[in-house]
Design a protein around this ligand. Structure first.
Ligand SMILES: [Zn+2]
Length: 338
């Protein structure tokens, strides 16, 4: 009988049959596998496997802000996207914040501000592009969940012309999805990212998606300038580096305001706690660092709340100086209206 024990490949005290069951269950959990369909439910209700709508509302002065999501955008290995320090430093920052090391997932938080006389939407998500997988492109679905109609949007304000910001303006067959909206963007970004001569180079995918979304609405596009209040309550502030014409926006109503950050910082930990980190998608990483440090310093000093496009849902909070960088304090969500 002793050879039976010596042939066992572990020293578990569990009997062989239980051990197999335990290991199988552990393997299933490790792989994130769902319970087998045949598992009988002993509870009075089945697992729901659903979530609430992907929208969140709060007031800004007398304006109502509805944040809708275009869905999570997985960037993959952060060591390939966040540069300027050893990979292990990036992994360590994520790990100490209880975030996965192997895949950085960005949200796409799109605020739609109802000023009372107009609805203004900030950025539009990936649209029909699946360059970052299947979880993006749910803007219209999120709006429907929030009871909002595309035809009610008066203005779309774009921080820059990257695919995850202008991607939701038109359908795959070139039809404008927001038929009554003027589109606001910087001329520098429009010119750079719709430039047909770049179609043969490394930026091809970005230029193709920018052209697919911006050219069909070319006659609806209005260019804003740095510091210009181009819509009542919406002021452009140049933040170049991520792209040549990247802007953030000061959004104000009845004495309250927030800054819509666009891609000034993509991550509440990585580029915020260490704003000198460089991001692989920056057109000019050094200039992006300068803009980030300068503007985050000003927002922190003025205690201006921030609405961040890529931070964890819903992306609204405050920034404060912390060491060489900044700490993000998410605002508590308020889900009871009084
Ligand atoms: Zn982005």
């Amino acid at each position: 009988m002793s050879h039976d024990f010596s042939s066992r490949d572990d020293h578990s005290l569990l009997p062989p049959t239980s051990r197999r069951g335990f290991l199988a269950a552990a393997a299933g959990l490790a792989a994130g596998a769902a319970l087998p369909a045949a598992t009988p439910s002993l509870a009075k209700a089945p697992l729901s496997r659903s979530q609430p709508g992907y929208f969140y509302r709060f007031m800004l002065g007398t304006a109502e802000v509805t944040v809708v999501s275009d869905g999570p955008l997985p960037l993959g290995d952060p060591g390939d996207s966040f540069l300027g320090v050893p990979k292990d430093t990036v992994y360590g920052m994520l790990e100490s914040n209880f975030l996965p090391k192997t895949n950085v997932v960005l949200e796409q938080n799109i605020p739609i501000v109802n000023f009372g006389d107009r609805l203004v939407m900030f950025d539009t998500g990936m649209g029909f592009s699946k360059a970052f997988g299947p979880t993006t492109g749910r803007l219209l679905k999120s709006m429907e969940e929030a009871g909002m109609k595309p035809g009610d949007i008066d203005a779309i304000v774009c921080s820059h012309a990257h695919i995850d910001h202008i991607g939701g303006i038109c359908s795959a067959d070139g039809k404008p999805l927001f038929p009554n909206a003027q589109i606001y963007i910087s001329q520098a970004d429009f010119d750079f990212w719709t430039d047909e001569s770049k179609m043969g180079g490394p930026l091809k995918a970005f230029v193709a998606h920018a052209r697919a979304n911006l050219m069909p609405v070319r006659d609806k596009i209005v260019f804003f300038k740095d510091q210009q209040e181009f819509l009542p309550g919406v002021q452009a502030i140049a933040a170049p580096g991520h792209t040549i014409g990247h802007h953030i926006f000061q959004v104000a109503s009845a004495g309250k305001s927030f800054a819509f950050l666009g891609d000034l910082t993509h991550h509440a930990v990585l580029l915020t706690e260490n704003p000198r980190l460089e991001f692989a998608y920056d057109s000019d990483p050094k200039q992006a660092v300068q803009s980030r440090v300068r503007l985050l310093t000003s927002l922190a000093e003025n205690k201006t709340p921030v609405m961040s496009y890529h931070f964890a849902w819903p992306g609204f909070g405050n920034l404060a100086k912390a060491g060489e960088g900044f700490r993000y304090y998410p605002a508590p969500m308020e889900l009871v209206k009084v």
